[in-house]
Write a protein that binds this ligand. Structure first.
Ligand SMILES: [Zn+2]
Ligand SMILES: [Zn+2]
Length: 250
C-alpha cells in the first residue's frame, strides 16, 4: 500500500484547530469514495500546518479524476478557510505484506471479501484474487461506496468477535457462515447491485468453520471444486453466486 501525505498550511487568521474537523471530514469523504483504505490515518499539526497520512491502494488513488463532488467541494472549502492550497505527495510504501491491486485486463467475476485484519478493498478479482479499488467500478450511490464499506465494517466486527472468542463467538460465526443471516443478506444484496452496475458476476464469500459440506448451503447442489481455485476458494456455487474455503480455526 502507498502512504500519501496530504497537508495544508493555514495562512489565514483562522485557528488551525478549527480546520482539523473540516480536514477530518475530507478524509472521511475520500474513504467513502474508496480512495483511501482503513479507517484511521495519522493526523497531526506542526506549526501552522496540518498533515494527514492515509493509505491508498494505488499511487494515483487521490488523483482528482476519482474525486466526487463532495470531495471537490470540501477541498475548496478548506483551501478558502486556510487561504492556501492542499499539497499531495507520496510519503512511501508500507513495508509489510504489500501486494499491488488487481491489474487484470478482463475479469470474469468479482468476490466480496474482507476479514478482521485486512485494509484492502473488499472487492476482489475472481481471476487473480487481488483487491480492486472501489473507485474503479461505477459509482454505487451518489456519495460513493458507503453501503459496501458499511457491510465491510459489519463483517470485520463479526470476524473480530469470533477471533476474540469470549463475546458473541457463536452468534458472529453464524452471521458469517449462514446464507440467511443479516450480514450475509446485506452482503448478497451488495453483490447483486455490483453485478448490476458492472455487468460482471459478483460472488459473496461465505465464511466456513469446519462446517460446509460438498453441497451448497443455499441450494443444496454440489459446489465443491475438484481443485482449489487461485489458492483461494474450494467451493463455488454459480447458481447462488457464493464461494467459500475450507477453514480450520487455529
Ligand atoms: Zn485480477
Ligand atoms: Zn447454491
Amino acid at each position: 500500500m502507498y502512504i500519501h501525505e496530504i497537508s495544508i498550511e493555514v495562512k489565514s487568521i483562522i485557528n488551525v484547530n478549527e480546520i482539523i474537523d473540516e480536514f477530518g471530514l475530507l478524509m472521511s469523504f475520500y474513504r467513502g469514495n474508496g480512495q483511501t483504505q482503513g479507517n484511521i490515518e495519522s493526523q497531526y499539526i506542526e506549526n501552522n500546518k496540518i498533515y494527514c497520512l492515509p493509505y491508498t491502494l494505488e499511487k494515483k488513488s487521490l488523483d482528482i479524476i476519482y474525486n466526487n463532488i463532495y470531495i471537490n467541494n470540501q477541498i475548496e472549502k478548506i483551501q478558502n478557510l486556510c487561504n492556501s492550497s492542499l499539497k499531495f505527495k507520496i510519503a512511501g510504501k508500507s513495508y509489510k505484506n504489500y501486494s499491488t491491486p488487481c491489474s487484470c485486463k478482463k475479469r470474469d467475476f468479482y468476490i466480496l471479501y474482507t476479514d478482521y485484519l485486512t485494509i484492502e478493498s473488499p472487492l476482489r478479482c475472481g481471476n487473480c484474487y487481488k483487491s480492486i479499488p472501489l473507485y474503479h467500478i461505477p459509482i454505487y450511490e451518489d456519495y460513493g461506496y458507503i453501503p459496501i464499506l458499511s457491510w465491510e465494517t459489519n463483517y470485520k466486527s463479526c470476524d473480530n468477535l469470533q477471533m476474540n472468542c469470549e463475546v458473541g463467538e457463536r452468534w458472529s460465526i453464524n452471521q458469517m457462515q449462514k446464507t440467511d443471516s443479516q450480514l450475509s443478506k446485506q452482503g448478497l444484496g451488495i453483490c447483486k447491485k455490483i453485478e448490476k452496475i458492472t455487468s460482471i458476476p459478483t460472488y459473496y464469500y461465505l465464511y466456513n468453520y469446519n462446517k460446509i459440506s460438498s453441497d451448497c448451503p443455499s441450494c443444496n447442489k454440489k459446489w465443491s471444486l475438484e481443485k482449489k481455485s487461485n489458492n483461494f476458494y474450494d467451493y463455488k456455487c454459480d447458481h447462488c453466486k457464493i464461494v467459500s474455503t475450507i477453514t480450520t480455526k487455529t
